[in-house]
Design a protein around this ligand. Structure first.
Ligand code: A2P
Length: 330
């Protein structure tokens, strides 16, 4: 793209949508015009971006009649299913944060530090992976390239902000003593819920299957053996993940730490003797992924355990999408 792009934010009034705006502003993303879109409920409201007020438009079939180069979508799966193809047919490149298009074989699923080359084969829609998948991809790519992963066991500890404002309010109200819930099947305060998204016929949740299938697509390796248990915990921001990995090749632990620390967008914080490891409260608001507790799994031949933390609304959603948009400009 030679000129500054016209951009649209679809779902601009939501939690991820407002973080798109924050991240675009912080990174000084170049643009000619910017359009804020949401549902009819928000039409006419104003949103401030870079000190200028913009009126929110209702998203409809004609929203992309005007020239828009890049649209960042975070307005739910059914909105993306309907409107991303309409936008793409008008020549807009959609970066979609929902799960609607992620596993479509004609749609690249991209983490910019991991598989930036995949954006080249987009046909108008590029999918942003699930938040819990995105953060895992950085250390796993660094290690897979060196030691070839055989099997992954994911166990996640996921923040309530992943459920939007309803999740945040459930935790706030729960901490104030209420047992009423709007986002979850059970109270989240003082609880761990092994239930994220809906249950499927195989007994897994949809969130767990997203992690399994998206990992194979992003790493480009269908032979990977992967299992997952995803858990919602009473934490406001940042997903934490315990990842157990088995490799085909032997590895040197210090070398593995170096590979991860040298990987773009990934930092090692690992000094257990001084109680130093990545913590959700420290990493909230950051754009990078943090890894610690790096140690051998002594129960198998080439096994490793790692602990990975990232801000699920930033790197897990908005920052990753904006990084994809930056790649499109190159
Ligand atoms: P609105 O604020 O008008 O409801 P969150 O994930 O925080 O719940 O935000 C969802 C975002 O998606 C909001 O900006 C919301 O707009 C938007 N949205 C939801 N449904 C639609 C729809 N049918 N068309 C356009 N935007 C929608």
């Amino acid at each position: 793209m030679n000129k500054k792009p016209n951009i649209a934010i679809v779902g601009a009034t939501g939690l991820v949508g407002s973080t798109f705006l924050k991240v675009l502003e912080e990174r000084n993303f170049p643009f000619e015009n910017i359009y804020m879109m949401a549902s009819a409920r928000s039409a006419g409201k104003t949103l401030t971006f870079k000190g200028i007020d913009y009126v929110v438009e209702e998203l409809n079939e004609h929203s992309f009649d005007k020239p828009i180069d890049i649209a960042l979508f975070s307005a739910g799966g059914s909105t993306s299913e309907k409107f991303a193809p309409i936008a793409a047919a008008h020549g807009t490149i959609v970066i979609d944060n929902s799960s609607a298009w992620r596993m479509d074989p004609t749609v690249p699923l991209v983490v910019p530090e991991v598989n930036p080359e995949d954006i080249k084969w987009n046909k108008g829609i590029i999918a942003n992976p699930n938040c819990s998948t995105i953060q895992a991809m950085l250390p796993l790519k660094a290690l897979h390239d060196a030691y070839k992963i055989k099997r992954i066991v994911y166990s996640t500890y996921q923040a309530v902000s992943g459920s939007g404002l309803k999740g945040i309010n459930d935790l706030k109200n729960g901490l104030a003593g209420s047992n009423e819930t709007t986002a979850y099947a059970h109270p989240i305060a003082g609880n761990c819920l092994p239930h994220i998204d809906v249950f499927l016929d195989n007994g897994y949740t949809k969130e767990e299957m997203k992690m399994i299938n998206e990992t194979k697509k992003i790493l480009g390796d269908d032979s990977l053996k992967i299992t997952a248990t995803t858990v919602r915990v009473p934490v406001f921001d940042c997903h934490s993940e315990s990842i157990n990995i088995e490799f085909e090749k032997p590895f040197d632990l210090e070398e593995a730490k170096q590979l991860m620390d040298n990987f773009p967008g990934l930092h090692v914080i690992d000094d257990p003797a001084n109680a130093v490891y990545p913590l959700a409260r420290d990493i909230a608001g950051k754009d990078e992924v943090y890894v610690g507790r790096i140690r051998r799994d002594e129960s198998v031949e080439n096994g490793m355990n790692i602990w990975v933390v990232a801000d699920n609304i930033r790197k897990g959603a908005a920052t990753n999408a904006v990084q994809i948009a930056e790649l499109l400009l190159k």
